[in-house]
Design a protein around this ligand. Structure first.
Ligand SMILES: Nc1nc2c(c(=O)[nH]1)N[C@H]1C(S)=C(S)[C@@H](COP(=O)(O)O)O[C@H]1N2
Ligand SMILES: [Mo]
Length: 387
């Protein structure tokens, strides 16, 4: 993980990001390139989900490695709380020798730490209208591990629970004699070992600006390599426990159900969504001077080693990975030049990581045996028409 931070500082940090951002804009917006829209546009977000999914980063407009704050997707399940930074406190309690109650100024006075990392909602590409809930930003804050160490965690502690300020009513055992209504805060947990990973950040800045309201102002957890759901926004309480936390977003929602064939038996597993998975996407096709270029990105918990592209039923072709913008926990841009012929075409991509793992095809059992829409990291195919 020391490696992650060093590389990120060298390549992703500060002035360098500003410079490379300008370069990538210059390429994409040189006036030579025109985006050819996909013919398979997603439907609009239907009303019940529209309050939860406030915005998505449109693939076709994606022209910078860093997603600007005003284009970043935003997802909130409860009441999107407005927090006065003067009243905000971070409570660290439970199985610790030195409980703490930090003000924002106290948190900001701790050593600054930065990471450029990609966040994807685990529902992305699992629902027809949720197709680009992913973005990449430079996050600044302070080390979660250092704050936990200062609170002196007791040996009995096994789990770290992160509570958001947002809350909502949940009904358990609905329509049974044992029905139970509770009002609970958004919360997620991870093992103490995972929480002590030096990459974890108590984050208060996004791309050099205070965290926007929609992305968790004033403080959120940034968990590089984990799905969006683990990155608790509007964070105000961290609790160390000896028992597993099983609230809605750990144990009921954001649970992947799979049917596995074990010989002649079908074994169903229900697993809590957490760590991210290997994925890639064809973002857009641009044309200039009669030439065509396919552009996209690839990301996952391990560094990306290669991206391959299949056009119609062609063999897989190696895309060119972008070397200018790199950070271990961030997406990698790639492109492939294409001599396209007029007509309908399909474009499929797959990512391969540095352990040799390949992004699964849609008919791979890990995708095909899934009964829920979470963790849809199967190979994506987009369609377009060349005039
Ligand atoms: N407190 C709180 N944190 C939250 C959520 C939420 O509803 N409440 N949504 C989660 C989900 S489902 C995702 S995908 C990410 C999205 O982060 P973003 O809105 O900054 O893009 O935030 C996560 N953190
Ligand atoms: Mo999500």
């Amino acid at each position: 993980m020391g490696e992650l931070q060093r590389r990120d500082l060298m390549i992703g940090g500060g002035a360098l990001v500003g410079m490379s951002l300008l370069q990538s804009r210059a390429f994409a917006q040189s006036g030579r390139g025109t985006v050819i829209p996909w013919s398979d546009q997603p439907p609009p977000v239907p009303p019940p989900a529209a309050g939860i999914i406030r915005s998505q980063t449109a693939w076709e407009n994606l022209d910078s490695w860093i997603t600007p704050n005003d284009k970043f997707f935003a997802i909130g399940h409860y009441d999107w709380p407005q927090i006065d930074p003067k009243d905000w406190r971070l409570d660290i309690s439970g199985l610790v020798e030195s409980p703490a109650n930090l003000t924002l100024d106290q948190l900001k006075s701790l050593p600054r730490q930065e990471v450029t990392s990609t966040i994807e909602c685990s529902g992305n590409n699992g629902l027809p209208f949720l197709t680009s809930a992913v973005g990449n930003a430079r996050w600044t804050g302070t080390s979660l591990a250092a704050v936990l160490k200062a609170a002196r965690v007791k040996p009995a502690a096994l789990e770290v629970v992160f509570f958001g300020t947002d809350k909502g009513e949940e009904v358990l055992r609905k329509d049974t004699p044992l029905e139970l209504k509770v009002t609970e805060n958004f919360a997620r947990s991870m093992s103490l070992e995972d929480a002590m990973n030096p990459a974890m950040l108590l984050c208060y800045e996004m791309n050099g600006a205070p965290l926007p309201h929609a992305n968790g102002f004033p403080v959120r957890l940034i968990a590089p390599g984990w799905y969006g759901i683990a990155n608790v926004k509007w964070l105000n309480r961290i609790e160390l426990r000896r028992t597993r936390y099983m609230g809605r977003f750990m144990g009921r929602d954001y649970v992947t159900v799979r049917e596995n064939q074990i010989g002649k038996r079908t074994l169903v597993t229900e697993t809590s969504v957490g760590r991210g998975l290997l994925k890639s996407a064809p973002a857009r096709v641009v044309t200039y001077d009669g030439r065509y270029r396919i552009e996209g990105m690839a990301w996952g918990p391990q560094p990306i080693a290669a991206v391959e592209v299949r056009i119609d039923n062609s063999p897989w072709m190696k895309a060119i990975l972008d070397d200018t913008h790199r950070s271990e926990a961030a997406w990698r841009f790639w492109h492939l030049d294409w001599s396209a012929s007029p007509g309908e075409h399909s474009i499929t991509t797959r990512a391969i990581d540095d352990t040799g793992e390949k992004q699964p095809a849609m008919d791979d059992p890990s995708i095909a045996n899934k009964r829920t829409f979470w963790e849809s990291n199967g190979q994506l195919t987009r369609h377009l028409r060349i005039a």
